[in-house]
Write a new protein. Structure first.
Length: 128
């Protein structure tokens, strides 16, 4: 019962925060004339220069951040799988589960590297 009340309260708070953010964003968006004016207004309000970055540099930054997060999560999962394997005490099901955790983490790293290569290629060929 407590979990249901806490979950409902969290959902209501998240909904209220989202509605406040969306309402503020929509009100600010209505005050500017075109999309470029809105972007420049937002960049000026954030303290950056009024000239926006190129699409290629934005995509590169986003890709680098996501690749870092994917790598960090994969390393953590490899460590968790190693600990589970070491503490399995010979139980075949726990050992197989730990091996699968390590395998899926390595596959995640490979997919992240492939995604980085694809995004880099697309950015250099079509945007840059």
């Amino acid at each position: 019962m407590k979990k249901k009340i806490i979950t409902a309260a969290l959902i209501l708070m998240l909904g209220a925060a989202t509605m406040t953010f969306v309402g503020t964003t929509l009100a600010e968006a209505a005050s500017c004339g075109s999309a470029s004016e809105c972007i420049n207004q937002g960049m000026t309000a954030s303290g950056t220069s009024s000239t926006p970055k190129s699409l290629g540099s934005i995509l590169t930054t986003v890709t680098n951040i996501l690749l870092f997060l994917m790598g960090a999560i994969s390393v953590i999962m490899i460590i968790v799988g190693g600990i589970r394997y070491a503490t399995s005490q010979g139980d075949q099901t726990q050992m197989q589960s730990a091996k699968n955790t390590i395998l899926y983490a390595v596959i995640g790293v490979v997919v992240a590297i492939a995604a980085y290569a694809i995004v880099s290629f697309v950015v250099t060929q079509f945007v840059g």
